[in-house]
Design a protein around this ligand. Structure first.
Ligand code: ZN
Length: 177
């Protein structure tokens, strides 16, 4: 089956702009407004023609779009961290004390706890498994003797693009943040 969406990148910078339909993407390429960056390997057949369907395209010129700050959400934090615990690295599908973890076993941890003034921001929150979240409690990581495996960052791109594209490997390297 043809995957129904194409990732559109900005000109020059190749920042992700949006996710568009296949006909719109092909129109942009045929109108020479965009170039093909990655092919999907699929074809769109019409009565007369056969067009290779792109997976990623980029505009030929740079358009100045005000960068939208990705809106913070619990779901966004979990997606950003790929449901990986920032403290122990465990992921859904792995075993913890004989129990197979699912996405619902992962929570949003506040690095600086809310009870101590920590806020709902991208840099103060990360995905943690329930065991690590419980162990950390109302402490800072170093007070609990816990280490963060990475530093939580504000996503560079709209979370919509990241969330939609997270299942598409050819998109992944264009939407890293
Ligand atoms: Zn953990």
């Amino acid at each position: 089956m043809v995957q129904g969406r194409v990732l559109l990148l900005n000109g020059h910078t190749w920042e992700p702009l949006s996710v568009i339909t296949i006909p719109r993407a092909i129109n942009l390429v045929l109108a020479e407004k965009a170039i093909v960056v990655e092919q999907s390997g699929e074809f769109l057949r019409t009565v007369r023609d056969k067009f290779p369907i792109p997976s990623v395209i980029a505009l030929r010129t740079y358009v100045n779009v005000p960068r939208r700050q990705a809106h913070w959400s619990r779901r966004g934090v979990l997606v950003r961290d790929s449901f990986t615990c920032i403290y122990c690295g465990i992921q859904p599908g792995q075993l913890m004390r004989g129990k197979m973890l699912t996405k619902s076993d992962f929570t949003v941890d506040h690095v600086i706890p809310r009870s101590r003034g920590g806020r709902d921001t991208w840099t103060n929150t990360a995905c943690a498994c329930y065991a690590c979240n419980h162990r950390k409690g109302d402490r800072l990581p170093h007070e609990a003797g816990m280490k963060m495996a990475w530093e939580p960052k504000t996503p560079r791109t709209s979370y919509l693009v990241v969330a939609v594209g997270s299942g598409n490997d050819t998109w992944r390297r264009y939407i890293e943040y």
